[in-house]
Every structure is written in C-alpha cells, then in structure tokens.
Design a protein around this ligand. Structure first.
Ligand code: I22
Ligand code: ZN
Length: 196
C-alpha cells in the first residue's frame, strides 16, 4: 500500500513536470480570452462530470467569491449544481443534454465555456461545446489523453489545455493547477496590486 501511495506522488510530480513544458502557452491564451471576456461584461460557464464537476464548481466559486485576495465578484456559472434542472433534463430528455440545454438558455455571444473532461469524450460536455459554438461563445477545454472528440471542436478562437497523461486522476490533479493559474492571471490583470 505504502509503495502505491509513494508511486502516486512520484507520478503526479512527473505529470506536473511534463505539463510545465506542454501547457503554459495554452493556459496563457485561455487567461487572455477570459480576461477579455470579463472586461467586455461577459461571463464564464463551466461543466464536467464527476471530479471534473468539482473542478467546474471550484473555478466558478473562485470567480464568484475570490481566489487568494479580496476583490469584486466576477460572473461565472457552474452548470453542474442545479439538481432539479439536471434531473429533469436527464429524466425527460437525456443525460447527454444536461449541460447543452443550460448553455442554450444562459449562454450569450462572447461568453466562454470552460469544458472539462479528462478523456475529451464525455458526450454531455461535447454537446455543451456545440451549443456554445452555436451561440458565438468561445471554448476553453481542459482535457487529457489524446484530447478525445473534444479536440475536434477546437477552432482558432478556442483553446485546448491538454494534460500529457493517460490517467484520469493525474490529469485532474493538473487541471486543478491550471484552474488556479487561470484565477491568478485574471486577478492580476483585472485587479493589479498597487505598487507602493
Ligand atoms: O474523479 C474521478 C476519477 O478521478 C471520476 O469521478 C471521473 O471524474 C468520472 O469517472 C468522470 O465521469 C470521467 O469523465 P471524463 O473526465 O472522461 O469526462
Ligand atoms: Zn477523482
């Protein structure tokens, strides 16, 4: 057991070292997209399944409330939280539609969809991306593995942040780091600390 625990730490560190080479430019592009959208008065919608639903909520709460320092609230909505909406869409239509219907209702031109899937193959997240593109929104996709089907929906105005790993847990661990980088970049750009 102890060996496996230690192996997980080593694997997580190695994945982060590989990601530090592979994804900073994508995170920077995503940060700039989000900063511009927020300056223009747009908002960020987030979605994902399982641990990625937690990540979607983690990001939206850091925008709505705060990341590391106090500043005015920023507009973000996690599409993973309203159980009445989620269960009724899944019950009446399909689980594949739980996010896309909310994007159709809430998404506006210029908004951003933060779409999170370690495999890039979650159908409800892919459908949300398609709904977002139809709304003239842009997409920041957090993925892993080979990017899955989601990679095929990334246009030049969108960005995919793909973690170089094939293991869901390790990918999620880097997704959280990427989310914190996004939060820090947004705060530094929109609410710079006054120099003394
Ligand atoms: O958190 C974990 C595994 O670490 C799981 O809950 C995981 O998020 C779920 O199996 C998801 O359904 C996987 O979906 P995806 O990342 O492939 O889109
Ligand atoms: Zn997990």
């Amino acid at each position: 057991m102890l060996d496996n625990i230690k192996k997980n730490f080593t694997e997580s560190i190695q994945t982060k070292i590989a990601a530090a080479e592979a994804i900073p430019e994508s995170i920077e592009k995503a940060s700039k997209m989000m900063i511009q959208a927020l300056i223009m008065g747009n908002k960020i919608l987030t979605c994902g399944n399982g641990g990625s639903a937690g990540d979607a909520q983690h990001f939206s709460s850091e925008l709505l409330n705060r990341y590391e320092r106090d500043r005015p609230p920023l507009p973000a909505i996690a599409l993973t939280t309203d159980t009445s909406t989620l269960t009724s869409i899944a019950n009446d239509f399909s689980y594949d539609d739980v996010f896309s219907k909310q994007v159709k209702a809430l998404g506006q031109q210029g908004d951003i969809l933060l779409a999170i899937s370690t495999s890039g193959n979650s159908t409800n997240v892919i459908n949300a991306m398609q709904a977002a593109l139809a709304r003239d929104m842009t997409i920041v996709a957090l993925t892993g593995k080979d990017g899955g089907e989601m990679a095929g929906f990334i246009g030049e105005n969108d960005v995919e942040i793909r973690v170089p790993s094939s293991r869901t847990a390790r990918i999620q661990e880097v997704h959280l780091l990427a989310i914190h980088c996004l939060c820090e970049s947004i705060d530094n750009a929109l609410f710079p600390i006054a120099s003394t």
